[in-house]
Design a protein around this ligand. Structure first.
Ligand SMILES: *[C@@H]1O[C@H](CO)[C@@H](O)[C@H](O)[C@H]1NC(C)=O
Ligand SMILES: *[C@@H]1O[C@H](CO)[C@@H](O)[C@H](O)[C@H]1NC(C)=O
Ligand SMILES: *[C@@H]1O[C@H](CO)[C@@H](O)[C@H](O)[C@H]1NC(C)=O
Length: 224
């Protein structure tokens, strides 16, 4: 048999199986189990913490790229200022079988104006986050891992504030908890702090900023 034909025959059952695997009913899978990391790759040998996880048990529309943008607007963030991207994308290995994958989107605090507020954030600093979905073939949980940080203003070249990872996470979570809405979608968000996923301290962390070691798990339910 021709080797290509043999490969396709061998691969066919796997492909059929992959298509029919249902979404796994779990919050997320620890990326470290299959060679991933809870720090992303900032491109300089260091990383930013994936310090918020939106559970795979959230309402499934929240876990799409349109869905996370709408949810972000409900909790005070928006897409980057007029589509202008400041800084390089970062990548993360979520141990889902895909290896390192770039962020799918980056959202910034919108200061109350979803259209122009992120331009203000770009000038004066503020909270922002990068999104990494756990969708690879090993663990297609659809959980969204967020790298959240509070930035200084542009005169500080957008460096992270002192304690900017913990502060950024706490600000995002306090805006998210409870009932919120945007664009006609109503959300209810529950939070739970997890320890043991991120190390306490600044080992391997970009900008040498120490972490308190907490990852907050958010479960977001659409209530309408
Ligand atoms: C991420 O994006 C940058 C810029 O587009 C690209 O050079 C890099 O190869 C990408 N990294 C990964 C892991 O896909
Ligand atoms: C930017 O940050 C610097 C240092 O923290 C501060 O002196 C300056 O006033 C800030 N500028 C704005 C526009 O917030
Ligand atoms: C999670 O930990 C942070 C930092 O200690 C704290 O401010 C927050 O209230 C905690 N949240 C929950 C849901 O326990």
């Amino acid at each position: 048999m021709h080797s290509l034909t043999r490969f396709l025959l061998a691969a066919a059952p796997t492909i059929a199986l992959a298509i029919h695997i249902p979404r796994q009913g779990v919050d997320f899978v620890d990326p470290r189990i299959d060679g991933g990391s809870m720090l992303d790759d900032a491109g300089n040998g260091l990383g930013e913490p994936l310090n918020v996880i939106i559970s795979g048990l959230s309402s499934s529309p929240v876990l799409t790229s349109e869905g996370i943008v709408n949810y972000a607007k409900a909790i005070g963030f928006s897409e980057e200022c007029l589509g202008i991207h400041l800084g390089d994308p970062q990548s993360a290995n979520l141990g889902d079988g895909r290896g390192p994958v770039n962020q799918t989107i980056e959202l910034r605090q919108d200061y109350g104006d979803p259209d122009l507020g992120t331009c203000l954030e770009s000038l004066i600093g503020g909270n922002h986050f990068r999104v990494f979905p756990q969708t690879g073939p090993l663990h297609p949980t659809n959980a969204l891992f967020l790298a959240v940080s509070q930035e200084e203003n542009v005169s500080q070249s957008h460096t992270i504030s002192p304690d900017g990872y913990n502060v950024g996470r706490n600000l995002l979570v306090s805006n998210a908890i409870g009932d919120t809405s945007f664009g006609g979608v109503n959300y209810h968000t529950e939070a739970q702090n997890l320890t043991g996923l991120l190390a306490v301290g600044s080992g391997g962390v970009n900008h040498d900023i120490a972490l308190d070691g907490i990852v907050t798990l958010l479960t977001v339910t659409i209530t309408n």
